[in-house]
Write a protein that binds this ligand. Structure first.
Ligand code: P61
Length: 470
C-alpha cells in the first residue's frame, strides 16, 4: 500500500514556513449560499460584483480597500477619539505619524483617497495641462480629467504584458516622459503622477533607481513629482527583496527614502494603513499646502479633520505605525504568494510577477473565445461568484471606461480579474478554498460566452454598470 505523505506548504516549496505575526481575538461568521441563491443574486446584481449584497458573498476578494482587520491597539485608539471640531489631538498624532514615516512637512487629512485626489488635481492642474503617470488608476485619472488635465501613460511597455517578468514593472519609461516634455514643453506638464505600487498593472513596484532618476529629470525641467503612496509599504517590500543594496534596510527606512525623492504625496489609508476609512495629502511646499488647506474646508471638512472622526484619525496613526513593520508586510505578501503558487501549479494564467495586494487572473488567456467587447474579465468574476460565492473584481475594458475626447471604449491590453486579499482577515484555509474554486471555473472555461452591457453610468461605470449574458 502506498504511504500518503502530507507535507506543509513550506516543505512542498523546499523551505521553512512563515506564519502571521498575530493571533485572532474576535471572529465574524461567514454565510454560505446555494448555487440557486447565487444565480438569483447575480441576476439581481446585473452580473456586476459591485452590486451584490455582501450578505450573499462567502469570501470577499472585491478589494483590499477599507476591508482590513484592525488590531487591538487600533480599537483601543478608537476609544481615545477627541471629537472636537477643531484641533483634535488625534489629528496631531496622525500628523506626527505621517511626518515620521513619509517624511513630508505639511499634512491635510481627507475622508479617503479620492478626496485627496480631488484636492490635489484642482490645485495643481491648469486646464489643458498634461499629467503623465505610471498607468492610469480609475479615480486618479478621473479627477485629473475633471480638473481639465490630460492623462498620458508613461509606464514601461513591460507593464502591459501579463507574462513579462520584469522585477519593477511599475517603473516610468524615462524616454516616454522626456518625449512628452519635449513635445508639449515643461510648462504644460502639471506634475508627474507616480503610483506605488501600480494597481492596474497587477500591484507592480517602482524601483528606487527609477524614482531617483525621475527626481533628477523633474529637477532639470522644474516639474513637480507627486506620489500616490496608497500601497507604498508593499512597494518597499519589493525593493528590499529585489534591488541591490536594500536587503538590509527596513520597510520603514525604504519607504521614507522613497518619499524623500518626491515633492508630496496623497494616500488612501484604507489600504496600507490598515483602517476602514481615511486618506491624506502631504507636501513640503508651503504655498501648495496653503491652497490645499483652504480647499479642504470646502469639500471635506476643517483642515484638522478632513471629513474624518477623531477616532478614525487615531486608528490611522496607529495603523501607519503597524503597517511599517517588516513582519507584517512579509506575511501580508506571503499570503498573496501562497495563493498564487497554488494557482500557478494548476497552470492558471495570471499577471506575473505576482504583485503586492492581489492576484490578477488573465481573463483574455482564460477565455480566448470571448472578445474584449464581450467583457471576459467581467464574465470570469461572475463565473467565480456562481461557483463558490467568492467575490472578485473586473479590471479590464469596463474599468478602463471611455476616452473623453472620442467617446470610444478604452481597450486596455490587460483584461484582468482581480482576487484582492484583505489584510489580516482570511486564513490559509480560505486561500485553499479560493484556489480550488478558481480551478473549477478554469476547468469549465470552454463554456463561457461573455456578457453585454445594458446600463452604463457616466462616471466610473464599472461600479454601477449592469450586464446580461450573451
Ligand atoms: C481598490 F474598483 N482603490 O483598489 P479611495 N489610488 C489607488 C487606489 O488603489 C485607490 C485610490 C487611489 C481601490 C478602491 C476602488 O476603480 C476603483 O480611498 C492606487 O478608494 O478613494 C483605491 O482611494 C482611491 C475600487 C477605487 C475600484 C476605484 O479597490
Amino acid at each position: 500500500m502506498n504511504e500518503i505523505v502530507h507535507k506543509t506548504m513550506g516543505q512542498q516549496s523546499g523551505r521553512r514556513s512563515w506564519a502571521e505575526p498575530w493571533k485572532i481575538k474576535m471572529v465574524e461568521p461567514l454565510r454560505t449560499t446555494s448555487r440557486a441563491e447565487r444565480e438569483k443574486a447575480l441576476v439581481d446584481a446585473g452580473h456586476n460584483t459591485f452590486l451584490l449584497h455582501s450578505d450573499d458573498v462567502y469570501i470577499d476578494l472585491l478589494t483590499d480597500s477599507g476591508t482590513s482587520a484592525m488590531s487591538d491597539r487600533q480599537w483601543a485608539g478608537m476609544m481615545l477619539g477627541d471629537e472636537a471640531y477643531a484641533g483634535s489631538r488625534n489629528f496631531y498624532h496622525l500628523e506626527q505619524a505621517i511626518q515620521k514615516h513619509y517624511g513630508y512637512e505639511y499634512i491635510v487629512p481627507t475622508h479617503q483617497g479620492r478626496g485627496a485626489e480631488h484636492l490635489i488635481s484642482q490645485t495643481a492642474i491648469r486646464k489643458g495641462q498634461y499629467v503623465p503617470g505610471n498607468m492610469y488608476f480609475t479615480t486618479t485619472r478621473l479627477h485629473q480629467e475633471l480638473a481639465g488635465g490630460i492623462f498620458v501613460d508613461v509606464i514601461i511597455d513591460e507593464a502591459h504584458d501579463p507574462s513579462n517578468l520584469h522585477p519593477f514593472k511599475g517603473n516610468v519609461d524615462l524616454a516616454k516622459l522626456e518625449a512628452l516634455i519635449r513635445q508639449q514643453g515643461a510648462a504644460n506638464i502639471a506634475y508627474v503622477s507616480l503610483a506605488t505600487t501600480v494597481n492596474m498593472a497587477g500591484g507592480q513596484p517602482v524601483s528606487m533607481a527609477n524614482v531617483k532618476a525621475l527626481r533628477e529629470l523633474c529637477d532639470r525641467h522644474k516639474i513637480r513629482l507627486l506620489l500616490d503612496a496608497t500601497r507604498l509599504v508593499e512597494n518597499a517590500y519589493f525593493i528590499q527583496e529585489r534591488e541591490a543594496g536594500y536587503a538590509g534596510k527596513s520597510i520603514a527606512e525604504i519607504s521614507r527614502e522613497f518619499c524623500g525623492h518626491t515633492d508630496g504625496a496623497w494616500s488612501s489609508a484604507k489600504k496600507d494603513s490598515l483602517v476602514n476609512i481615511g486618506g491624506w495629502l502631504a507636501v513640503n511646499d508651503w504655498t501648495l499646502f496653503e491652497e490645499l488647506r483652504n480647499l479642504v474646508v470646502v469639500y471635506e471638512g476643517l483642515h484638522t479633520y478632513g471629513g474624518l472622526a477623531g477616532r478614525d484619525m487615531e486608528a490611522m496613526a496607529i495603523g501607519i505605525e503597524e503597517s511599517m513593520q517588516d513582519q507584517h508586510v512579509h506575511s501580508r505578501i506571503g499570503q498573496v504568494r501562497y495563493l498564487a503558487e497554488l494557482l500557478q501549479d494548476w497552470g492558471i494564467p495570471m499577471v506575473l510577477p505576482v504583485g503586492g495586494h492581489a492576484i490578477f487572473l488573465d481573463a483574455r488567456a482564460c477565455y480566448p473565445q470571448v472578445p474584449q467587447s464581450a467583457f471576459p474579465a467581467q464574465t470570469l468574476a461572475a463565473e467565480l461568484y456562481l461557483d463558490s460565492g467568492i467575490r472578485s473584481m473586473e479590471r479590464g475594458v469596463v474599468s478602463a471606461g471611455r476616452d473623453p475626447a472620442t467617446g470610444d471604449h478604452h481597450y486596455p491590453k490587460l483584461e484582468l480579474t482581480r482576487l484582492t486579499i484583505p489584510r489580516r482577515v482570511y486564513t490559509q484555509a480560505h486561500m485553499d478554498v479560493i484556489a480550488e474554486s478558481v480551478k473549477a471555473v478554469y476547468d469549465a472555461r470552454g463554456a463561457a460566452r461573455g456578457l453585454k452591457m445594458v446600463y452604463e453610468p457616466k462616471y466610473l461605470r464599472f461600479f454601477q454598470a449592469r450586464f446580461e449574458p450573451l
